[in-house]
Design a protein around this ligand. Structure first.
Ligand SMILES: Nc1nc2c(c(=O)[nH]1)N[C@H]1C(S)=C(S)[C@@H](COP(=O)(O)O)O[C@H]1N2
Ligand SMILES: [Mo]
Length: 422
């Protein structure tokens, strides 16, 4: 290998992208391997499931027993059954699609059991002709496919609120974001069929869960790219994600994508539901609250190395992570190994497109030096991901939702990684 390829392009060992070339990685100084906690790698003897003859076919496949990855921080609010959240294990995943069984979950009152044959979606209010749709009826409409991220606007909020950086992993900090290929019926088709009356300006969406969770959607969004999603990653929605149908509003805060959708009421004004007044509004330093802050900002996070996914032998390591924006396509992700003093452009990959996540990669030469790894994304509107400091200054630490600050990972001389604000 030509040694010149190892000349850093930015401070503290960031290497030119061509060092991502596989052969160079393997022949690089020490060829670092990330310490992936895997039952298969750790097992000394042969686990019981590895013994005997091959197993037969199955109707529905599941991951290898060696792969024990699951959603994390599965927590219900005390005194409730299933009101809470579970998070996507971002560090354990690759590519840009979240397996359906690992999509994050956020429930305000648990997961309802719905009979798909009996379920109806009602459209009423300021319409010429109120309509009710069965799942079977919706399946006969022209379906559209959207590869899109879904992020809870409460994602990452702990990093804004906590005065000291909490020693948490990337899933716990940022795992309320996932990406699926959503397939469904454009809402515009259904609204046009019902016929909008003069004065129609909002659509109130209501779920069939015990919370009857409801949000007001501007009519312009409903007629633009909103869909009634029926499929997720090629199969029917999972119960946790809204089976048999959910509203899906690309680029908007996750809360608006009402699951178990049973009713759309067309109105001339918003309904001022709980989740658009006391919740999902941002309290500003002057005591007023910003309301109807729909769009998710530009954001990125390094998923490896990260807490629990530290470094072993000195050598060349890939830094990788995810970037997304509700405002436009991701155009650029920069990575720093010296806490933001110098930056270099990461390689972007994945199908991408508007409202889609991209994966970024950056080679890094770690020779035992302490480092602070940071990433920052820029989208097609020119918006660049802010630092935590900028957000705290602009909004104050009490502003819970829509936190998109840069994540800083501190790497010790021993190769351990922890969350850091400095
Ligand atoms: N009916 C209903 N819809 C809902 C919710 C809910 O509790 N009930 N949670 C909302 C919130 S806060 C988010 S972030 C997303 C989460 O979707 P997911 O569980 O499929 O990840 O669904 C939204 N839609
Ligand atoms: Mo949410």
């Amino acid at each position: 290998m030509d040694d010149t390829t190892l000349v850093p392009v930015a401070g503290n060992g960031l290497l030119p992208l061509r060092a991502l070339n596989r052969r160079q990685l393997l022949t690089g100084l020490g060829a670092g391997a990330l310490a992936l906690p895997s039952a298969a790698l750790a097992a000394g003897g042969r686990p019981s499931w590895m013994q005997g003859a091959g197993v037969g076919m199955r109707g529905y496949g599941t991951p290898s027993p060696a792969e024990t990855v699951g959603r994390v921080a599965i927590a219900s609010q005390p005194g409730t059954t299933g009101s809470g959240a579970s998070r996507t294990p971002l560090a354990a995943l690759e590519g840009t699609i979240t397996p359906s069984g690992l999509h994050f979950e956020r429930h305000h009152s648990g997961v309802p059991t719905i009979d798909p044959g009996a379920h109806r979606l009602h459209i009423h209010g300021l319409v010429e002709k109120p309509l009710a749709f069965s799942l079977e009826a919706l399946d006969r409409y022209p379906l559209v496919t959207q590869l899109r991220f879904l992020e809870c606007s409460g994602n990452s909020a702990v990093n804004l609120a906590a005065p000291e950086a909490p020693d948490l992993d990337v899933a716990t900090l940022h795992g309320l974001v996932s990406q699926s290929e959503w397939v469904g019926v454009p809402l515009s088709i259904l609204l046009e069929e019902a016929g909008l009356k003069p004065g129609a300006a909002w659509v109130i969406a209501e779920g069939a869960d015990a919370a009857a969770m409801s949000r007001s959607v501007p009519l312009a969004k409903a007629l633009d790219d909103a869909i009634v999603a029926l499929y997720q990653n090629g199969e029917r929605l999972r119960p946790e994600n809204g089976y048999p149908m959910r509203l899906f509003l690309p680029n908007y805060e996750g809360n608006m994508s009402v699951k178990w959708l049973r009713r759309l009421k067309v109105t001339d004004q918003p309904a001022m539901t709980k989740d658009e007044t006391s919740k999902y509004t941002e309290l500003m330093p002057d005591g007023r609250a910003a309301q109807f802050t729909f769009t998710m900002g530009v954001k990125s996070v390094i998923t490896r190395p990260s807490k629990g996914y530290g470094l072993g032998a000195h050598g060349i390591y890939p830094i990788t992570g995810l970037a997304w924006s509700g405002q436009g396509e991701i155009r650029r992700v920069e990575v720093s190994a010296d806490g933001g003093r110098s930056w270099a452009d990461a390689a972007l990959e994945g199908p991408g497109g508007p409202g889609a996540m991209v994966r970024f990669r950056m080679p890094w030469h770690w020779q035992g030096q302490p480092a602070t790894l940071v990433s920052r994304a820029t989208d097609s509107t020119g918006a660049r991901q802010p630092t935590r400091e900028m957000l705290v200054q602009a909004r104050g630490p009490q502003s819970l939702y829509h936190y998109n600050g840069q994540q800083r990972w501190q790497v010790s001389a021993a190769g351990d990684v922890r969350n850091s604000y400095v």
